[in-house]
Design a protein around this ligand. Structure first.
Ligand code: G3P
Length: 228
């Protein structure tokens, strides 16, 4: 399962890219606005930090302009994935851009029917927003279960499920269990995946016991001293 980071905050991206566990990034107009930076500059810098797919969303609502914007965004870097909304115009643009060989992430997906349309439009990724379904009292992961089952039943569909609007580690764990291809998550969720109080407690105990031995590994010695 691939992890994408869902932010346009370059410091966060640099820090978490250094873990070697981040396979790409997703942005959207709200995240770019939050960065306070020029859109094209942010995307170019993210693409320079992360070699994997970096989603940059079109800002138009009509297919011809979406296509023109998508081609423009794709010229920023070779790892740009163009994001389009799941609307009739968005899927027309998806069909044309993917026909040009430009990878497309169809976003704002909230139903299995929409996900079927995205696959038929040749999307590289479809982004179901699980957190926003949870927000209205539904279970977003039920949608992921449906889409993964439908895509598995349709071998002609080449679209990958990119779980988005991830709000916590349980979304990531369940997405992995269901066989989703990618989860995109805010930096805080990446960090939360590492965290467990028993890990901290166990490590503190190991270090305390090691301290009591008074030993120190002589890492500068190329040949560790054999036991006497
Ligand atoms: O990738 C989509 C994501 O940024 C939306 O998340 O928490 O605003 O639903 P959220």
């Amino acid at each position: 399962m691939r992890f994408f980071i869902d932010t346009a905050d370059l410091d966060e991206i640099r820090t978490l890219a250094a873990t070697g566990l981040i396979d790409g990034a997703t942005t959207n107009p709200s995240l770019v606005a939050r960065s306070g930076r020029r859109f094209e500059d942010v995307i170019a810098e993210i693409c320079a930090i992360l070699p994997g797919p970096v989603s940059a969303e079109v800002t138009a609502l009509d297919a011809p302009t979406m296509v023109a914007e998508g081609r423009y965004l794709a010229r920023i870097a070779t790892n740009v994935t163009v994001k389009v909304p799941l609307t009739p115009d968005g899927l027309k643009a998806c069909r044309e851009l993917s026909g040009d060989g430009i990878p497309v992430n169809v976003t704002l997906c909230f139903s299995a029917g929409q996900a079927i349309l995205a696959a038929k439009a040749g999307a590289t990724f479809v982004s179901p927003f699980v957190g926003r379904l949870d927000d209205i009292g539904l279970n977003g992961m039920d949608l992921i279960r449906d889409i993964c089952a439908i895509y598995r039943a349709q071998p002609a569909f080449k679209t990958e499920v990119l779980v988005a609007s991830v709000r916590g580690v349980n979304h990531v764990i369940e997405a992995a269990r269901l066989g989703a291809h990618v989860a995109t998550m805010p930096p805080a969720v990446v960090r939360a995946l590492y965290a467990h109080p028993l890990t901290d407690k166990g490590l503190a105990a190991f270090m305390a016991d090691w301290e009591k031995t008074g030993q120190k590994l002589d890492v500068g010695n190329s040949k560790p001293r054999a036991a006497e």
